[in-house]
Design a protein around this ligand. Structure first.
Ligand code: HEC
Ligand code: HEC
Ligand code: HEC
Ligand code: HEC
Ligand code: HEC
Ligand code: HEC
Ligand code: HEC
Ligand code: HEC
Length: 447
């Protein structure tokens, strides 16, 4: 009501004859006629709220009397909440949820149960949409989106930056939300814009933050991750066929067909029929009913694709495990593609691209690791001025073995003229075969 008349929405200024006839203007009493705009039985609602709060207040009164440590911080806090609610005079109509929480807090302190759990915030859009949009709310509540914060907080790797895809609080206030303060998962506001009743929606389409074919992309992506980084998600990269290493861009055949309009939502449909037969919306699970428009045996096709991916992933995981130099660029590049596919491919997103990415990784991992001689100081495959530069930079120092690149080319323990001499002797030599050529990727996705 902050956008209507504030207090005067209920404490109305002028009570019209035909609505309430007893009093004139300026009593500022709460007026039941005002409630009828929104409630069918406001008196009952009000009485129930009064009763709930009155009961708690009368339970608290003797506890406050009897509490021994009246100087303690806990006692003062408990009494403060009690006074706030008591003095507000409305006993529940102004803000039943908040009043209840305040009193529950006081009760748990005074009963010696401690402050209890931090009260949970509620998704603000549900205040109205729980009854306006039952299908959407029921589906969302079942979806992983409703658990996104819980999942994150349970992870040992959680840090504030993760919230950008795991909590709607972050979207609303990026600068100030931390793991400590975030309260809500990916709620309605993760994809939709807030709106004020009776004014035009400011969002796109069904009040979305972004067009339908883009609304999933901020989160289901590897973003600008590079080899060596930890990836979070990658459906966007796989679906659009971009961002992988060693393979030309190659959008999914499904991307070419649906991206212009529906993007992910073409298959991850809004509505579907649940197991119990009712229409349900907003779970965003892949809807296999969609596939039959084009595929004769979609489930078999999907399972074959998934089988193929998981066999290859298993093989590559083994190769990565066995690879000796896990700090090398080769390893990081190979792993990057593998991560993209394992996070982003479900079988139906972009099979050909995924297979190409994995094949490229395999070729990288199967190229034998070259042992470079110590006089190729920077191990770039050629003995040249760059190697001399490194030695010069450390000239005269005693060097521990662990220095990389190691300027102590002859292993004498000091960087000196004999290292330069050794490099000079091999100057210009090629020390390793050229890197394996990129295999040609399948480029027939749009045939
Ligand atoms: C949703 C309607 C609503 C709104 C909005 C509202 N009130 Fe109330 N208010 C009530 C009701 C209902 C009562 C309790 C009256 C009763 O018990 O009959 C009440 C009680 C009160 C009382 C106590 C009156 C008494 O007799 O003890 C005060 C003071 C008060 N409100 C002030 C305010 C102020 C100030 C605001 C704005 C910050 C406000 N109200 C907003 C409905 C509302
Ligand atoms: C502009 C619409 C509107 C008006 C006017 C209005 N209410 Fe409400 N009220 C709501 C909505 C929306 C809710 C939350 C949904 C629900 O619980 O039904 C609510 C909730 C309540 C609750 C439950 C309290 C809570 O916080 O959950 C009570 C009690 C209540 N209203 C009483 C009243 C009374 C009494 C009046 C008139 C003095 C009034 N309302 C006027 C829209 C309104
Ligand atoms: C005070 C009640 C109220 C609150 C709070 C509220 N809405 Fe709404 N919303 C409505 C009403 C009423 C409509 C129009 C009726 C309808 O289409 O279901 C609507 C419509 C919508 C629609 C469009 C539905 C369509 O079919 O086009 C979306 C999307 C939506 N709201 C999202 C939100 C989001 C997101 C929030 C929270 C940030 C929110 N609403 C908070 C009352 C509310
Ligand atoms: C604000 C970020 C965000 C947006 C926007 C978003 N998602 Fe998600 N999505 C997540 C997160 C985080 C999870 C994982 C939640 C968990 O497991 O707790 C998830 C989970 C899912 C899952 C379940 C994954 C599984 O492993 O079971 C599907 C399916 C999904 N999202 C589809 C979509 C679709 C389709 C859209 C666009 C309409 C979308 N998401 C928009 C962040 C987002
Ligand atoms: C760019 C958006 C994004 C960021 C940032 C992000 N996530 Fe996620 N996360 C997702 C999406 C989307 C999913 C859903 C599963 C998927 O897409 O594979 C998910 C799923 C998860 C899951 C459940 C699935 C699983 O792997 O078991 C966990 C746990 C998780 N994320 C933890 C984290 C942590 C910890 C961080 C921070 C280091 C983080 N996420 C940062 C988007 C993100
Ligand atoms: C992961 C993204 C996402 C989340 C979270 C989300 N929505 Fe939606 N919502 C959509 C998309 C996409 C559409 C379809 C827009 C279109 O068809 O143009 C939509 C459509 C709607 C519609 C229009 C009716 C319909 O089914 O087409 C309503 C109402 C709605 N959403 C309400 C909600 C509510 C309430 C919540 C929170 C419980 C919510 N949405 C959460 C993505 C989301
Ligand atoms: C051609 C249809 C199709 C399109 C388009 C599509 N998906 Fe999927 N998606 C699927 C199928 C099929 C599955 C696997 C479902 C299963 O195994 O039950 C899936 C699985 C997922 C999963 C869950 C992973 C898991 O293992 O459960 C997420 C998350 C996901 N897709 C996100 C997206 C995102 C984001 C987009 C858009 C960039 C997208 N999808 C586009 C068909 C599609
Ligand atoms: C509008 C038509 C259309 C829809 C709907 C569609 N697909 Fe496809 N799909 C295609 C086309 C065309 C190809 C490319 C066929 C080819 O390369 O042999 C393809 C390829 C595939 C492939 C790769 C097969 C292969 O061997 O390369 C899989 C897996 C797949 N689709 C699964 C699905 C699933 C699962 C769904 C539903 C979630 C779905 N498709 C929905 C048209 C569609």
């Amino acid at each position: 009501m902050k956008d209507q008349d504030g207090c005067a929405t209920c404490h109305i200024f002028k009570e019209k004859e035909d609505e309430v006839s007893e009093v004139g203007g300026h009593t500022f009493k709460a007026n039941t006629a005002a409630c009828l705009k929104c409630h069918t039985d406001p008196e009952k609602k009000r009485d129930e709220a009064h009763q709930q709060i009155s009961e708690k207040l009368s339970e608290l009164e003797p506890l406050i009397e009897a509490f021994e440590k009246k100087e303690s911080e806990d006692f003062k806090n408990a009494k403060f909440n009690f006074d706030l609610v008591r003095i507000s005079g409305d006993y529940g109509v102004h803000n039943l949820t908040y009043s209840n929480k305040l009193l529950d807090y006081s009760l748990s302190i005074l009963k010696g149960e401690g402050p209890g759990e931090k009260p949970k915030a509620e998704e603000p859009c549900l205040l109205c949409h729980k009854s306006l949009s039952t299908e959407q709310v029921a589906g969302w509540e079942q979806s992983e989106h409703a658990k996104s914060l819980e999942t994150l907080l349970a992870s040992s790797k959680a840090e504030d930056a993760c919230l950008q895809c795991h909590s709607v609080d972050y979207r609303n206030d990026p600068a100030n939300v931390t793991l400590e303060t975030a309260q809500l998962p990916n709620g309605c506001g993760s994809c939709h814009q807030d709106h004020i009743l009776e004014t035009e929606f400011s969002g796109i389409g069904k009040n979305l933050l972004k067009p339908k074919n883009e609304v999933c992309n901020d989160c289901h992506t590897a973003g600008d991750a590079k080899p060596g980084d930890t990836l979070q998600s990658a459906q966007v990269e796989i679906f659009t066929g971009t961002g992988g290493i060693g393979v030309p861009d190659s959008p999914s055949i499904h991307f070419s067909i649906h991206e212009p309009k529906d993007g992910c939502v073409y298959c991850h449909t809004l509505s579907m029929t649940s197991e119990t037969g009712e229409e349900i919306s907003h779970t965003f699970e892949a809807n296999l009913a969609v596939c039959s428009t084009c595929h004769k045996e979609p489930i078999a096709t999907l399972e074959q694709a998934q089988e193929q991916i998981s066999t290859q992933l298993a093989e590559l995981t083994k190769l990565l495990d066995e690879y000796t130099d896990k700090e090398s660029e080769t390893f990081n590049k190979a792993k990057f593609n593998v991560d993209l596919v394992s996070l982003g491919e479900s079988g139906a997103h972009n099979l050909k691209y995924s297979i190409s990415l994995l094949e490229y990784s395999k070729s990288l991992l199967e190229t034998p690791v070259t042992e470079f001689p110590a006089y190729d100081v920077n191990k770039d495959g050629v003995v040249d001025i760059a190697d001399i530069d490194i030695v010069s930079a450390h000239f005269g120092e005693s060097v521990a073995d662990s220095l990389t690149p190691n300027p102590d080319a002859d292993g004498s323990g000091t960087v000196d003229i004999s290292d330069l001499a050794l490099i000079g002797k091999h100057f210009g030599e090629i020390t390793a075969p050229a890197a394996a050529p990129a295999i040609a990727a399948t480029d027939d996705a749009d045939k």
